[in-house]
Design a protein around this ligand. Sequence first.
Ligand code: MD3
Ligand code: FE
Length: 213
Amino acid sequence: MTLGLFDDLPATPQAPECAVVLRGLALPQAAALLQAVDAVTAQAPFRHLITPGGQRMSVAMTNSGALGWISDRGGYRYGSTDPTTGLPWPSMPAVFRQLAHDAAEAAGYPGFAPDACLINRYECGTRLSLHQDRDEGNYDHPIVSVSLGIPAIFLWGGSERADKARRVGLWHGDVVVWGGPARLRFHGVRPLAEATHAMTGALRINLTFRKAG
Ligand code: MD3
Ligand code: FE
């Protein structure tokens, strides 16, 4: 089923339709996606990046595709090699690429060809503080996110950090396409509640597909 993210909320003039939730779209591929995550992390292990301010991120991350997102004391950026191994990031698995393309098309963005897939791993208690995604070359392309494993409460803010954030549940198999004016809104993830999922145990895995270069 396809529905606007806010179809169940009162219409607000400042919230244009720009984020599309595709509930359960990834369910048929979930096992294949998680196998592909294992193949990627065998080459490029999950790691806790350091923010430019020196904080260790509680989300563990890795990448696949021509470009990968990293953070260190020098800042946030995309690069073509994994700083942990010095090797190129693993190529983007076909099952990733196809799902991202098809989800974007379903949301009205035909021809989406991501060059980066950031893989986030959350344990219970892990959070992602409010931020904008501003390191990609061109904000005209959407971002596609895929949620796997235990559920999360996503925080959907506004164009200013101080804007009040709405809470949106994201479950195993949900895919969201963020484009247009949604692309630069602040967002984050609440600390994950304790839970287990048959396919991931006590973990949540999130894939975000981007055109970074
Ligand atoms: C809205 N990840 O990796 S996915 C991130 O669940 C990130 O791991 C979260 O925020 C996660 O940067 C949220 C949904 C998402 C991703 C990127 C966005 C929503 C977005 C970029 C712009 C607007
Ligand atoms: Fe983000």
